[in-house]
Design a protein around this ligand. Structure first.
Ligand code: ATP
Ligand code: MG
Length: 488
């Protein structure tokens, strides 16, 4: 079946050359002037990963009972090798559920391999040739999640302004922060909704696409050296998707590293990718310059048809089709062959079976090995800790400023979405009425003093519990946002 497909498409031979001939061009916006100022040219980063395996322990629902849970090991990523340097835009593509988000989490140091029973991560991740220090790496990187969480009651402008206050060092003045936020807003095309609240399921705010862009803006503000994005364009129309990806491309061209999972990129977006990583069922199918992918697939007897979005073609080739037994077998075989072919082409020894690649190592003279050595030599091997301004440290001034900001943020939340506040006020008044009625006949005799004790006890307990329950309700709501803020 693989041959059949390639014969059919052989007549539409691919246009590799035409892809390279469209140079990427974009006028410099003010935002990027700011970014260029903030980074020295020699602060380059090279992230390299080899022999990455990632598996999780999940409960086997079919076999386990309430008292005797049965766990099974699920491998999500197998034997991954690769490398990206600053200045590159790496796109990760693959069918749904193939492990793109998991890979992004692993690369962004958002999963831990230390002491966790539930997940196991093995392999090496090097930053500038040295083992990665997760804490430092998280500080110089930013991560735009697949599902975005923001404070519903803040406007787009306020959300970005808070982000600026939290992430930027004390040396940046308020006027500079305001200017940066204005530039980010216009860069992301959010001028129209600058003063609209974000909103959530209950309160209508900005549209889904605008939310998405605001979420990217929040991360952009910190001017990260490495930017991770999980499907930044899904939910956007193709024009907006193009605009967002142009911004990402420009950020990469200004010396940052941009790693993005992307869904259905239009062909003009595909042309922006420097590096392309194709995944299927946790295996690498291709990693290299996006413009060489067509030639690689042609060499695997799967030439992309002409006048066809290459991204669509690759996804067709990588998606398992489970609609019937025959199709499942056909697509499964194709994917397996492609992954084996890739492993052979980069010199990883192929070991059959499910444990394949556990001992997979780079052959010493393999092209990929050589390429990674040269690239690592090109970048400055200085500590990448220098990349973040060092005055981010918490001193008393910053502490007071942050407490004030957090206070204002929750106060505006109470005032702008006042339903909970109103409800609590009504309950308090009603409760006051009841308690007041019960103890209204207190006088100054001995019996009343005993009752007064009880009265004070009720008041204190009531006040305490009222406050605690009001605060408790905010934990589940804000947990994800706070986690994200702390992660960066
Ligand atoms: N914590 C977890 N518990 C159970 N299964 C998990 C967990 N994390 C990931 N998986 C499984 O690993 C596989 C890969 O998940 P992942 O989220 O990386 O996919 P994806 O490629 O990002 O998919 P999508 O395109 O739909 O976002 C899926 O089959 C998913 O069910
Ligand atoms: Mg995902």
């Amino acid at each position: 079946p693989v041959e059949e497909r390639s014969e059919r498409s052989v007549s539409f031979r691919s246009g590799v050359a035409s892809m390279e001939s469209v140079p990427y061009n974009r006028e410099q916006s003010k935002l990027f002037e700011h970014f260029s100022k903030s980074r020295a040219d020699n602060e380059k980063i090279c992230v390299e990963w080899s022999d990455l395996h990632y598996s999780i322990l999940t409960k086997d629902a079919a076999k386990s009972s309430f008292f005797a849970p049965v766990y099974k090991n699920k491998t999500i990523l197998r034997s991954m090798h690769g490398k990206v340097t600053s200045g590159e835009l790496l796109a990760i593509m693959g069918p749904t559920g193939c492990g793109k988000t998991s890979l992004l989490n692993v690369l962004a140091a958002r999963v831990s391999n230390a002491g966790s029973k539930a997940a196991e991560l093995t392999g090496k991740i090097l930053v500038n040739g040295k083992p990665r220090d997760d804490e430092t790496f998280r500080r110089i990187s930013a991560y735009v999640l697949q599902d975005d969480r923001m404070y519903a009651h803040l406007t787009v402008h306020e959300t970005l302004m808070y982000s600026a206050h939290f992430y930027l060092p004390n040396t940046v003045t308020d006027a500079e922060k305001e200017e940066l936020v204005t530039n980010v807003i216009s860069e992301l095309g959010l001028n129209k909704t600058r003063d609209t609240i974000i909103g959530d399921e209950k309160v209508r705010g900005v549209s889904g696409g605008e939310r998405k862009r605001a979420n990217i803006g929040v991360q952009l503000i910190s001017d990260p050296a490495v930017l991770f994005l999980d499907e930044p364009t899904s939910g956007l129309d193709s024009f907006q998707a193009q605009a967002v990806m142009e911004s990402m491309k420009a950020i990469a061209q200004h010396g940052r590293m941009v790693i993005t999972v992307i869904h259905q990129p239009r062909s003009s977006i595909f042309e922006m990718f420097d590096q392309l990583l194709l995944l299927s069922e946790g295996r690498t199918i291709y990693l290299g310059p996006a413009s060489n992918a067509a030639a690689y697939f042609t060499s695997q007897h799967l030439p992309p048809p002409n006048y066809y979005n290459p991204a669509d073609f690759y996804l067709d080739m990588l998606s398992p089709d489970n609609r019937s037994k025959e199709q499942e077998l056909e697509t499964g075989t194709r994917i397996y062959k492609l992954s084996q072919a890739w492993r052979q082409s980069c010199g990883v020894s192929v070991i059959e079976g499910d444990n394949e690649g556990e001992n997979g190592v780079f052959a010493h003279d393999s092209p990929l090995r050589q390429a990674s050595i040269t690239a690592a030599a090109e970048v400055d091997m200085t500590e990448y800790t220098s990349i973040k301004p060092s005055d981010q440290k918490m001193d008393i001034y910053r502490f007071v400023r942050i407490v004030r900001l957090l206070y204002w943020r929750s106060l505006t939340g109470q005032l702008r979405l006042p339903q909970a506040l109103i409800a609590r006020t009504i309950v308090s008044i009603a409760f006051g009425g009841i308690i007041g009625g019960m103890y209204s006949d207190l006088s100054n005799d001995q019996r009343s003093i005993d009752q007064l004790n009880g009265f004070l006890f009720v008041i204190v307990i009531n006040q305490g519990f009222n406050t605690v329950t009001a605060v408790l309700a905010t934990f589940p709501r804000e947990k994800l946002i706070v986690n994200r803020e702390r992660a960066n």
